[in-house]
Structures are given as C-alpha cells and as structure tokens.
Design a protein around this ligand. Structure first.
Ligand SMILES: C[S@@+](CC[C@H](N)C(=O)[O-])C[C@H]1O[C@@H](n2cnc3c(N)ncnc32)[C@H](O)[C@@H]1O
Length: 137
C-alpha cells in the first residue's frame, strides 16, 4: 500500500481519467494492517480527514472535465456519539472543486450491528447505512 499523499498520482496526467470509484477505509474502524507505512486505516479520525484532502485534490486533477468520481463511505459512532466521517469526507471533495451530483444512501449488510438492526421494526436507518457520493468535475 502506498501512502495517500498528493504525490501518489503524480504518474497520471491531468484530466486523463474517465471514472474514479473508491471505497476507502472508514478511518480506523477496521485496521487493514498492523503497521504498513501509508495504511490510512491506522490513522485517527482527524489525521484520516487530513489525508483525504490530497486524495480529493488529486482525484480532481486527474479526472476529465464532466466525468464522475464515486466515493463510498459511512459514519461511525464513538463513545455513544455520532462521528460524521461520511459528510466530512464529502466536504473534502467539494473543497477540491467537485460538484455533487448524487448522495446515494445504501443499507449496510453483514456488519457487526446487522443482527441488532434486523430486530428493529422501523424505517429509520440511524447508522445502518453508508453513502455513495457521486461527484462530478
Ligand atoms: C472499506 S475497504 C473496501 C473494500 C473493497 N470494497 C473491496 O471489496 O475490496 C478499504 C480497502 O482499501 C484498501 N486500501 C487501499 N489503499 C489503502 C491505504 N493506503 N490505506 C488503507 N487501506 C487501503 C484496504 O486494504 C481495504 O481493502
């Protein structure tokens, strides 16, 4: 895994990509390695968000005008409080220059809280969902 910084996509020319589809770690909710350098799943919430700025900027740079970048990400809960990771990542992409075409809300399956949600009898998803943000350059 490479470190997520602005240099990562240096080898890709400006405005040369037709579509970006990405599903990054949700900060450190699930750690994908023990100690691999550049593993953004080892970063705390705020450090993860900082890394998302060059990711968004580089995504914007390499994408062709009018083309789309889809990012799947969710929120999380810490010590009983909602941590709005999804919307804060969305904001990084807006700050990079993207417009947002669609916010798709997708129900989550096969996760730790699935059994809990199956017992609930309502249509309110609370944190039972994640987002697919569809940005356009
Ligand atoms: C939320 S999961 C998405 C999994 C994906 N939907 C799939 O089916 O493979 C995040 C994935 O990003 C990968 N990944 C790629 N680059 C990474 C990086 N720099 N730091 C951490 N994870 C990274 C992880 O290994 C992990 O498989």
């Amino acid at each position: 895994m490479r470190k997520a910084n602005a240099a990562d996509l240096d080898f890709i020319k400006d405005s040369s990509i037709d579509f970006i589809c990405t599903h990054p770690p949700y900060a450190d909710i699930i750690k994908y390695s023990q100690d691999i350098e550049g593993d953004i799943s080892l970063l705390t919430y705020e450090d993860f968000l900082k890394e998302m700025t060059p990711v968004a900027q580089e995504s914007y740079r390499v994408l062709k005008k009018g083309k789309r970048c889809a990012v799947m990400i969710g929120d999380m809960r810490k010590r009983g409080k909602v941590v709005p990771l999804g919307f804060r990542v969305m904001d990084r992409f807006l700050q990079a220059g993207f417009a947002i075409e669609e916010i798709i809300i997708k129900k989550q399956h096969h996760c730790r809280s699935t059994k809990y949600w199956e017992k609930q009898n309502n249509n309110f998803l609370l944190l039972e969902h994640e987002y697919i943000f569809v940005f356009q350059k």
